[in-house]
Design a protein around this ligand. Structure first.
Ligand code: PXP
Length: 246
């Protein structure tokens, strides 16, 4: 453990793509609730699901079953719509991460345009917060977006690590530095920084070593690896790689 690091870095496992495989055939198998139980056994700290407007993976009926399957906190990724707000208020997950679903809701880096959408986001952030749901905004590592999160009173931001994950050569260090700097800026301003998207065994450690980050949310790679080695093993290995640099 690094002396600068206040606490263990949490791993939220996004189990959406278990539902993607189930939906390819219809029926009940593989069951995302069973995946949630395996994540808990393997040392995951939270379960993340994205209920998309088109329900392409997680469905409404999965929410309650996944929530009931483990004692782990549920992080619901959701678009900033009335429909999703109503669902979140009904299920009261531990956390709700507001994500862009439509092109016009995105920044150039792919995160939520929290600055441009202030008026749409403000009532959603406040109604979720009033209901005791910890609100996070999935944003690019950009000072404008952190400022927008502060204006909205969001307690958490999750940095979109897609640009870092897809960078090559010298650009990797450039993208990493942006996340390092923005994690420090968010923490300095009282916002808890998280990170996620495109993280793998190969690229997770420089991100996990950023001392201010409190949580990583990782999905596609872990579920993909689970095809070869099992979900318990893929989560255990990711957990170990994260712990090695803390
Ligand atoms: N965090 C958020 C907000 C996401 O929407 C996603 C899924 O795109 C992830 C983390 C996990 O990304 P991945 O599946 O690439 O690990």
């Amino acid at each position: 453990m690094n002396a600068l690091t206040p606490s263990r870095l949490r791993l939220g496992v996004n189990i959406d793509h278990v539902a993607t495989i189930r939906n390819a055939r219809g029926g009940e198998h593989p069951d995302p609730a069973r995946a949630a139980q395996i994540v808990a056994q393997a040392g995951g700290d939270g379960i993340t699901v994205h209920l998309r407007e088109d329900r392409r993976h997680i469905r409404d009926e999965d929410l309650m079953r996944v929530q009931a399957a483990t004692g782990l906190p549920l992080n619901l990724e959701m678009a900033a719509t009335d429909e999703m707000l109503e669902i979140a208020l009904r299920h009261k997950p531990h956390a709700a991460c507001i994500v862009p679903e439509k092109r016009e809701e995105r920044t150039t880096e792919g995160g939520l345009d929290a600055a441009g959408l202030h008026n749409q986001l403000a009532p959603i952030v406040s109604r979720l917060s009033d209901a005791g749901v910890r609100v996070s905004l999935f944003i690019a590592p950009d000072p404008r977006q952190i400022e927008a999160a502060m204006k909205l009173g969001a307690p958490v931001v999750e940095f979109h690590t897609g640009e870092y994950a897809h960078a090559e050569g010298e650009q990797v260090a450039v993208e990493l530095k942006r996340i390092v700097d923005m994690a420090a800026l968010a923490a300095k301003n009282g916002i808890e920084p998280h990170a996620g998207h495109g993280l793998t065994y190969e690229n997770v450690q420089p991100i996990a070593a950023i001392p201010q980050l409190a949580e990583l949310n990782i999905g596609h790679y872990l579920i993909g690896e689970a095809i070869f080695c099992g979900l318990e093993a893929s989560v255990t290995r990711m957990r170990a790689l994260m712990d090695e640099v803390r």
